[in-house]
Design a protein around this ligand. Structure first.
Ligand code: NAP
Length: 262
């Protein structure tokens, strides 16, 4: 019986690149996102190119009932999932009090609640099946607060801390949790979050989703706890450890202003 990797956010960006990297390595996949057309064409392309079984499920992860339906369907199908990739995520930017509440709520439901629920359900499934791996996608934004992106940075800090804690809890049950911390990556993420990327595009700050996926594959193979994406991004995550928090907030407020300026 094939073992599947379930990838959320597989319809574009980093999730799509992770799906391709896993298919290339012979993994059967279940792709998950909201856009049916995108999932359908990605699934058939990956099956054709790599000869692996690629299924897809349309699911809005901000809707608890959709997740209930998905989990029920997975249970009924008796498929074995040995890798869960929680990649679906979104950002918001701008003054918190001026952002639409429904977007803030959506962010927490997607970045925090859905990810946690899938770890809860599939972590147990993996432990009962004799083991597996979970890859949660956080960000370098997880390592410090970022004014004007406050809820996004906080949601990724949650993902980082939750993943590290869970790793220690699940190790003894054969489930290895890793957390991927990309820096700025060329995807549709910034546009959807209403953020400006001009300042990052000038330098070499941005990576491609394919580069991030390759780094993730190496990290997963080594069962790394925290997977950093390149030395620049690693350095950025280290700086807050050595600076007073007041100074960190001042620096990140500037970054937030640059990203959120319309
Ligand atoms: N790009 C960066 O610079 C960067 C840096 C660090 C971390 N990250 C993180 O990387 C992850 C992937 O982002 P990305 O850059 O690849 O952006 P992206 O291209 O916008 O991908 C987001 C993915 O999430 C899915 N998604 C969004 N809302 C959803 C919902 N309610 N239910 C189910 N799926 C949903 C989208 O698919 P549908 O629209 O089809 O649902 C899409 O597949 C996110 O967690 C993000 O925070 C990104």
């Amino acid at each position: 019986m094939p073992r599947y990797a379930l990838i959320t956010g597989a319809s574009s960006g980093i999730g799509l690149a992770l799906a391709e990297a896993l298919a290339r390595r012979g993994h059967a996949l279940i792709l998950l996102a909201r856009k049916r057309d995108a999932l359908e064409s990605i699934a058939s392309e990956l099956t054709q190119r790599f000869g692996v079984d690629v299924l897809y499920r349309v699911c809005d992860l901000s809707e608890p009932l959709h997740i209930t339906g998905l989990l029920h369907e997975l249970e009924q199908s008796e498929k074995i999932i040995d890798l869960l990739v929680n990649c679906a995520g979104m950002g918001t930017s701008g003054p918190f009090l001026s952002t639409d509440w429904s977007r803030e709520q959506h962010l927490i439901e997607l970045n925090v609640l859905a990810l946690t629920r899938l770890c809860h359900a599939l972590g147990e499934h993996m432990a009962q099946q004799g083991g597996g791996q979970i890859l949660n996608v956080a960000s370098i934004a997880a390592f410090q607060p970022i004014p004007l992106m406050s809820s996004y940075a906080a949601s990724k800090a949650y993902v980082l801390h939750f993943s590290e804690g869970l790793r220690e809890e699940l190790k003894s049950r054969g489930v290895f949790v890793s957390v991927l911390c990309p820096g700025p990556t060329r995807t549709g993420f910034f546009r959807k979050a209403g953020m400006q990327t001009a300042s990052m595009e000038k330098g070499k700050a941005m990576m491609s989703a394919e580069e991030v996926a390759l780094i993730a594959m190496r990290g997963l193979a080594k069962r790394k706890a925290i997977i950093h994406c390149g030395w620049r991004n690693r350095l950025i995550t280290l700086i807050p450890r050595f600076l007073p928090r007041l100074l960190i907030r001042k620096v990140t407020a500037r970054i937030g202003r640059t990203l959120a300026s319309h």
